[in-house]
Design a protein around this ligand. Sequence first.
Ligand SMILES: [Zn+2]
Length: 287
Amino acid sequence: MQYTKFTLSRATWPGLMVICLLITGYGFVKEQPVLFFNLAYLFLALSLLALERFIPHEPQWNKGDGQTFANIAHTLLSKGTVQTLVIFSTVIGLAALVTPAAEQGHGIWPREWPLWIQVIMGVTAAEFGLYWAHRIAHEWLPLWRFHAIHHSVTRLWIINTGRFHFIDSLASILFGMSILLLLGAPMEVLIWLSAITAFIGMLTHCNVEMRFGFLSWIFNTPGLHRWHHSRLLSEGNKNYGENLMIWDHIFGTYFNPKRRPPVNIGINEYMPPGFLQQLAHPFRQKG
Ligand SMILES: [Zn+2]
């Protein structure tokens, strides 16, 4: 029984990822990648919500914190709006400008290589921008004020995955996507990057008991991200990777000690409780 439990807890993260990637891949075959990505995302959300009930990592994180409405409002109105606007206007507009140049052989992106290699390259290259956008948001006060909204929660569960101020979302999307656009990556790579980022993002915030082993050396797992939400700066200003940990290894911010990550997470500064006050809060601070 113990052995089965151990195996299950090791299989959950890679198992859910593989199912979501297969559903999205099937969408590419059927030429409806966005629809199938959304189906995969819904499947992941429902699976994790159920697992959070049955096998929570921290049972006390299942108790209400009064932030559920604010979390959903940030996800839909703040992060969601930015993502939709950026994807449907700037990114696709820019992609249309950049990618034809690449198609005629002027770009440096190797479009003739197998798609799976291009996706690995794309996720790794974009990660460089995502890593620095995230690290600057922690280390530079004017941007930290926006990112603090994400870190002000006192529990991790899937509903605060998308709790980001729109300025924070905009900065990371621009940092991550612009690298791929400048290199001339095709739209399929951008869609795969968006899908992988969405799946890994929801998994990193879930309150499900799992084990990761060597996966935490390569990918951003919930085990690593719980350290990133620590109140202690020596633990929290680590593990900036969005999907991969490669740049944390290279720039010396990888942190994965053997002990259990903290239960008492959050920030040590004031954050108003309401959604609209939270949106206005970074603009009101001086100095
Ligand atoms: Zn952060």
